[in-house]
Write a protein that binds this ligand. Sequence first.
Ligand code: ZN
Ligand code: ZN
Length: 218
Amino acid sequence: MTISHHLDDSTLMRYASGDLDEAFCIVAAAHLSLCPECRRSVRLADEIGAQLVDASEQAELTGGAFERLMLRIGGNGERIVAPRAGAVAGSDVPLPLQRFVGPSLEGISWRSVAPGIRKHAVTLPGSRTSTLFLLHIGPGKAMPEHGHGGSEMTLILSGAYRDEFGRFARGDVADLDEHVEHQPRVEPGEPCICVVATEAPTRFKGLLSRLLQPFVRI
Ligand code: ZN
Ligand code: ZN
């Protein structure tokens, strides 16, 4: 598996400092469980310490600054994503996701929400600010172009889609802010299964609300 789309620097910093909303934290951890490169970055961010965390919270840290700091500090440690009870290593569901959806993509129960699109909502009792769900999108299916009313983080678990930013396949993450507009299209041949974190529906006016509200109340 070659991963070509990663968490952005500010997300890595926020993950390392425990500052991500729950749904985003889960998707980030799932990507990290598949991505040695981002695990190294998180380890380095941990080592950088409180001063850098403060800087990231003030949004003063550019990607370039983060990279320079990482270069200066060096190291190649990896953060361990602890498996949960009953978790299955080597499953097609990343370990941090297994406690929410079980150990197999095959075992997920889907609800049809639009032609060619199925959804599995994950209940996060502790989160009022972010939501987590999985999408199962049919082969060749295009989504309407959409802006994002809030941040959206999507990790591909199976299949692939393409949009303006390239091809996204298993392990790739689309870590997008509210200003992004894009038009993903699933590749022919097999469905694309992805896990998505969004800001709470009250703020989120992007993909799902525009795409699905004509069909069903979500
Ligand atoms: Zn990565
Ligand atoms: Zn989107």
